[in-house]
Design a binder for this molecule. Structure first.
Ligand code: NAD
Length: 402
């Protein structure tokens, strides 16, 4: 994903909102770009931690360990986090980090060394009130636990709120692991009410953390998940799949394709005649190549960046409603927010209380964007961007920066 695509959406929004040059320049500028090299087994790997904007609060965003990590990608992802966090109405700016490395080639000891060295490199600019990381592609709660430990060792004090999605025993939130899928399901429920959807048939691409939890919540609440997939392919049953059984198959055999039902490719899954298509795997799945073959009436983007700019425009022309990633998958950062709040006050909340707050906040955000989009008659992605950008600019003005 290139920064050009961020620039293009911003241009569209700037025109609708009549933003002036100074506002546009501010939105395209970065608060902090930290980069360096991490040495592991005699080799050096590029590492980044970038804060896009922090007018609303400390930077917030994941750390990715992946061979494709670059400064440009990290900048785009940091920008996206500013938009997502602002839209979610939480007191965070946007940040992202990463190391250009293939973690699948590392053993456990090397992965721990990498995680600790990342914190040694950037710890001066991390912290609960400065910049708060979380997991992203190929990082997980275990990595967060090592990073927290390294940070606290360097600072000689406890500070659990410096990182989120850490193990529960270190101050993690019990429902953070399923919060992106849960948030997506709450949006599905609200969308069904608004659009009067009944007997909804859903296809889910990706059966990892997000895709599985989303499918589980939807299945348990009587939605028909007719197809799911992973990187090896997918399975389809027009009568609906039993998600708990699919999970068993995935755990026993390594892939959902081994489950009974018609075997389909990921390409076929995206083009199924369903009511809702849920990309929950990787970016760039709905593109110029297949944008005219999508048959779903709604696309609920749980993955980050699954639809390219051109395809997004085309789906809009074709009357297909896309619920954009920055709204649809914000359950993840919302879960992180409640974990952080709990860490700041010393863990005094009941999980049921936090879950209730979480649900009402997701519902409220969806309603706001949906209504604004209907009123303005624009793409839902642009509606979400406008609301998010307005809040960032308001904070910048209040600080006297504009
Ligand atoms: P994951 O690694 O747990 O799962 C990814 C799934 O996608 C796996 O089932 C994998 O087999 C499948 N997959 C990979 N390549 C594929 C391909 N080419 N075609 C079809 N399936 C493929 O990752 P995750 O945490 O579930 O994240 C999924 C997406 O959601 C990513 O875009 C991520 O950035 C986004 N996201 C995740 C969270 C979170 O809290 N985990 C929050 C916000 C957004």
């Amino acid at each position: 994903m290139v920064f050009e695509s961020v620039r293009k959406t911003l241009e569209e929004v700037a025109e609708i909102e009549d933003l002036d040059k100074k506002e546009e320049e501010l939105l395209l500028s970065f608060e902090r770009i930290n980069k360096g090299k991490i040495e592991l087994n005699g080799k050096k790997y590029s590492a980044f931690r970038i804060v896009h904007n922090d007018a609303l609060g400390p930077g917030k965003g994941g750390i990715r360990f992946h061979p494709e990590v670059s400064e440009e990608e990290t900048r785009s992802l940091a920008f996206w986090m500013s938009i997502k966090n602002s839209l979610a109405g939480i007191p965070y700016g946007g940040a992202k980090g990463g190391v250009k490395i293939n973690p699948k080639k590392l053993n456990e000891e090397e992965l721990e060394q990498l995680s600790r060295k990342y914190v040694m490199l950037f710890h001066k600019d991390l912290g609960k009130d400065k910049d708060v990381p979380a997991p992203d592609v190929y990082t997980n709660p275990k990595v967060m636990g090592w990073m927290l430990d390294e940070f606290e060792r360097l600072k000689c004090r406890h500070e659990p709120g410096m990182i989120t999605a850490k193990p529960d025993v270190l101050g993690g939130l019990s429902f953070r692991k399923s919060s992106t899928g849960l948030g997506g399901y709450i949006i599905l429920r609200e969308l069904s009410k608004k659009e009067n959807l009944k007997n909804t048939k859903i296809a889910v691409q990706g059966f990892g953390n997000v895709g599985y939890h989303f499918s589980r919540f939807a299945f348990n609440n009587s939605y028909d998940i007719v197809a799911v997939s992973d990187s090896s392919g997918g399975v389809y049953d027009p009568e609906g799949l039993d998600i708990s059984k699919i999970k068993e198959t995935k755990e026993e055999t390594g892939s959902v394709v081994n489950h009974e039902g018609k075997e389909i490719t990921n390409k076929e899954l995206l083009e199924l005649d369903v009511d809702i298509l849920v990309p929950a795997a990787i970016e760039n799945q709905i593109t110029e190549e297949n944008m005219d073959d999508i048959k779903a009436n709604h696309v609920l983007e749980l993955a980050n960046g699954p639809t390219t700019n051109k395809a997004d425009d085309r789906l809009y022309q074709r009357g297909i409603m896309v619920i954009p990633d920055i709204l649809a998958n914000a359950g993840g950062v919302m879960g992180s927010y409640y974990e952080w709040v709990q860490n700041k006050v010393g863990g005094a909340f009941e999980p049921s209380y936090l879950k209730k707050r979480f649900k009402s906040k997701i519902e409220e955000n969806f309603q706001r964007v949906y209504e604004f989009q209907q009123k303005k008659d624009i793409k839902m992605r642009n509606a979400a961007y406008i609301l998010a950008i307005r809040r960032i600019l308001k904070a910048e003005k209040a600080r006297g920066h504009l």
